[in-house]
Design a binder for this molecule. Structure first.
Ligand code: G3I
Length: 363
């Protein structure tokens, strides 16, 4: 896309909502009137990242959204912008409009960036899903994509979800655990190794994560994740961490003892672990609104406290900034409400981070 095209697209992206965005300066500087420190400042003092998945249009067009990002978070993840389809609408064309906007916003406000995600089964462009490719052609497509994208943001994106959800939704001990995606069928299981090697070649300084859903506690799926990354490491594949998504709800909140055990066994492999997509659904839960919000806050409190208890757990990212833009709409699973005002879950994280503030051992 030529420059005028980018400028037009940025204008379009920015015009998602009309108001010009005015945000405060650096994260943590937006100290509320009562002088209490923000989530960002408390997390930063703990050398911990508290993040949110962002959408470029809202970031540039919704000042309340942008201010909340700068006030409360030290990291942004990209909800959709770095996925294959949005980035690569045709074989020879990359559209970096939204990713450039998000990375530039993050750099302006001193936020770290997680790139989600390079290799997945969903949001693939039709030219890829409808095409027929020989194995070496698909490997070339994979390599060119990863090295173009990661190379463009070398030194600017601190961590990548290189491969996302490569395992079947549910796996038994003897099952073939890998999800039959275009990548597995076209290349074979070594597509995972290749993706990590390509990303590492493009940015040797970036942290490379394997990201998975439904593998937070102890069970056959988290066992399969553990076995996968153990084998990758044994083969010398540059995988540096595991992302545990943590999409949960009040009806099925995580067993934090099992989460802690899983975090510790992954850490024992020399890996970082990050909670990468946390949201806590409240839909259809009985009880008063106050009781529901308190129960939601307790799930966030327990997950963050469990993560902070394991030094290798270095970030908690919520899958969205506020309930106005959540993918689970009309559910209200996030820390901030639809007006980006803090909910009891926000206060719960402040409480946990305050208890773990600078006096605690650095991470
Ligand atoms: O951008 C197009 C727009 O041009 C079009 O008009 C519109 C209607 O068709 O679709 C828009 O794309 C949508 C995209 O979100 C951006 O809004 C896709 O249809 C929609 O499928 C996509 O949903 C995303 C979903 O992943 C599928 O990729 C959600 O926003 C996103 O929150 C969700 O995130 C995933 C993580 O990547 C992986 N872990 C699970 C998590 C939740 O499913």
């Amino acid at each position: 896309m030529n420059l005028s095209g980018i400028l037009v697209s940025l204008t379009v992206l920015g015009a998602a909502c009309a108001h010009p965005v005015t945000v405060s300066e650096t994260p943590g500087s937006a100290v509320p009137a009562d002088g209490e420190p923000t989530l960002a400042r408390l997390a930063g003092a703990r050398h911990f990242d508290l993040g949110a998945a962002v959408q470029g249009g809202a970031l540039l067009g919704d000042s309340a959204y942008a201010n909340a990002v700068v006030r409360d978070f030290t990291m942004v993840s990209t909800e959709n912008a770095f996925k294959f389809g949005p980035l690569r609408p045709s074989p020879g064309r990359y559209d970096f409009t939204e990713t450039d906007a998000i990375v530039r916003f993050a750099e302006t406000h001193g936020l770290r960036v997680r790139g989600h995600t390079l290799v997945w089964k969903r949001q693939l462009p039709e030219w890829l899903t409808r095409g027929t490719y020989m194995r070496n052609e698909l490997i070339t497509i994979l390599r060119e994509h990863i090295q173009t994208v990661v190379g463009r943001y070398r030194g600017r994106v601190v961590a990548w979800d290189v491969v996302n959800e490569a395992l079947k939704d549910s796996v038994g001990p003897e099952d073939e655990v890998l999800r039959p995606t275009i990548w597995l069928k076209g290349i074979g299981p070594e597509y995972i190794d290749l993706a990590f090697h390509f990303a590492h070649e493009a940015d040797p300084g970036a942290l490379l994560f394997y990201n998975e859903a439904g593998a937070e506690g102890m069970g056959t799926k988290s066992d399969a994740v553990y076995a996968l990354v153990w084998r990758l490491r044994r083969r010398g594949v540059p995988v540096h961490g595991v992302g545990l998504q943590m999409h949960t709800g009040l009806g099925a909140s995580p067993d934090t003892a099992a989460l802690g055990a899983n975090l510790r066994r992954l850490a024992a492999l020399g890996l970082q672990v990050q909670i990468t997509e946390m949201d806590v659904g409240t839909a259809k839960m009985p009880g008063s609104q106050a009781d529901i919000l308190a129960a939601q806050a307790d799930v966030y409190r327990q997950v963050l406290a469990t993560c902070l208890s394991v030094p290798a757990c270095t970030a908690l990212v919520t899958w969205g900034v506020g309930d106005r833009y959540t993918w689970r709409y009309p559910d209200t699973p996030l820390l901030l409400d639809r007006e980006f005002q803090p909910k009891p879950a926000h206060a719960a994280l402040l409480e946990v981070l305050r208890a773990a503030s600078p006096g605690s051992a650095p991470r």
